[in-house]
Write a protein that binds this ligand. Sequence first.
Ligand code: ADP
Ligand code: ADP
Length: 227
Amino acid sequence: MSTVSLNGLSHAYENTVSPSVHPFNLFIDDGEFLVLYGPSGSGKSTILRMLHGLEAPKTGSILIDGLDVTHAAVNDRDVTLALESYALYPHMSVRDNLGFALRIDGLPAEEIAARVESVAEKIGLSAILDAVPGDLSPLQRQTIALARAIVRQPKVLIMDEPIVNLVPEHQADTVRLIKDLQQDFGLTTLYATANLADAKVLADRIAFLDHGRLIGVEEPEVAEALV
Ligand code: ADP
Ligand code: ADP
């Protein structure tokens, strides 16, 4: 059960004239896939960075499962950013890549092994746990990059334009993969994109951003380009 409540949240970078994000309210339900959609500079990354704990809000609060994490440290809020596949460690096996963050988190070795095996089995990676990323296809590497976030069992998963650096023929596959895994694991997810077609495929709801303002929240079936 993980909900996210953003209340009167706003942000301004130092030494800038206008706010990067104007005050807004948004509630993301347990297991919901919420897409932040808008052009470059509309405030998507800044909102995700506030949720992650990398930027402090100017006003407002962030509640995760009703708990106020507005000023909590990055490691104390159970929000995980899924990184792109080039962030995998090339010389480490898939198994060690998946377990890496859990070792940093200080989990016991048996629990790390159990979690890695369980996620790998669910995703269909069991047969390649001992391979290194270089031996695998781009889509397998994407899968591992996502699995590495999922294995941490975060309350909230965030992704910031995760497919923009992929060649076009891998983008659609990766979008489907992201949607499938998010549904399988029931993760509450926030995903930033400037691509409305991707937003419609992925989202339960789309939050439209324009010049730092939340200008509407729509279900994908009825979403028209507001920006
Ligand atoms: P994105 O659209 O993915 O946020 P940008 O190209 O807008 O990427 O920004 C790339 C980097 O430059 C980010 O780290 C962002 O914080 C920084 N940046 C963007 N706009 C400014 C600005 N006006 N002043 C300083 N840094 C900026
Ligand atoms: P998006 O992710 O939608 O591209 P951002 O959150 O990166 O939007 O940017 C929102 C606004 O904040 C933009 O006007 C951008 O130029 C500005 N901005 C982003 N990063 C910085 C930064 N490090 N310093 C100053 N301004 C920034």
